[in-house]
Design a protein. Sequence first.
Length: 335
Amino acid sequence: MPLVPMRTILEASLEAYKKEAPFAIGAYNVNNMEQMQGIMRAAKETQSPVIIQASRGALKYAEMNYLRHIMLAAIELNPEIPIAMHLDHGNNLDTVKKAISLSFSSVMIDGSLMEDGKTPSSYEYNVRITKEVVEYAHSFGVTVEGELGTLGGIEDGVGSGKIHLTDPQQALDFVNKTRVDALAIAIGTSHGAYKFKHEPKLAFDVIEKTRKLLPETFLVSHGSSSVPQDLIDVINKHGGNMQHTMGVPLESLKRAISLGINKINVDTDTRLAATAAIRKFFSETPEKFDPREYLGPARDAIYEVIRKRMIEFDTEGHIKDVKVMTLEDMKKFYK
Ligand code: G3H
Ligand code: 13P
Ligand code: ZN
């Protein structure tokens, strides 16, 4: 099965929602080999379909081709797992074209922000750029995710820092005009580790209303790391200095899934897991110097956190529900 269009994976989640047995697919960010290996170990062990996604920052950090081949290696080594290779927060058509030329089976165009990835855009701009990307990507059978509304959080370089919840009626108009496959909706979540000072209340009504108006569109929740307190504690115990913070509670994510969210983006939690493991290793064994000795535990910690998410999002065991489809099949579907 290996590399599949993201649509085929999300279809399994949408079908399950319709049958009142909802589950979501985690979309996990990758920058390097250890992250990729940790994620795939979790997917294999839990028999979960998975979306592996690379941001522009990740592609730049890894000089594109290194990351491309790490992702392709994951696909080659795990032929039984349906995997979508997704561009996270694409900012213009050129970035999308580049990703498709690198074999990505899915792209996000985040037209809620201007090309700088920071300045909120107008609705008209968002419709125009998203429509343009959909026309291009669909001609290759590639899935497209758009975004409407803005998230909080800026420290990872994506976002304006202001939460602007999605208007469900506008979401209906947006999907009708652009024909995006998946839509990231702003429900009060936020990118990065410093999301909230107190337990957040998500806008569940936005999910409910959007799901009713758009029964065939895959709904996406970004900024959905839970920022586990135990990881923050390990980091701080071993020389870190992270301030008080809270993430999105797992209970809230479960409720979001029950109301129709299909894709959940997680990046920060794997960063925290890796940092906690490495800090602990350095403080407990200061005489060691071989990177394999600390990147190994970091990889194990990433595996552990992703395994938990796959179980909590109920992705576990759903490999069998993904229909085998190729980009060629999808080209015909879009025509
Ligand atoms: O939503 C943004 C992701 O967490 C990617 O972050 O641009 O630092 O790779 P990055
Ligand atoms: P987190 O920062 O909450 O992990 O969100 C990641 C994300 O939305 C990637 O697009
Ligand atoms: Zn995001």
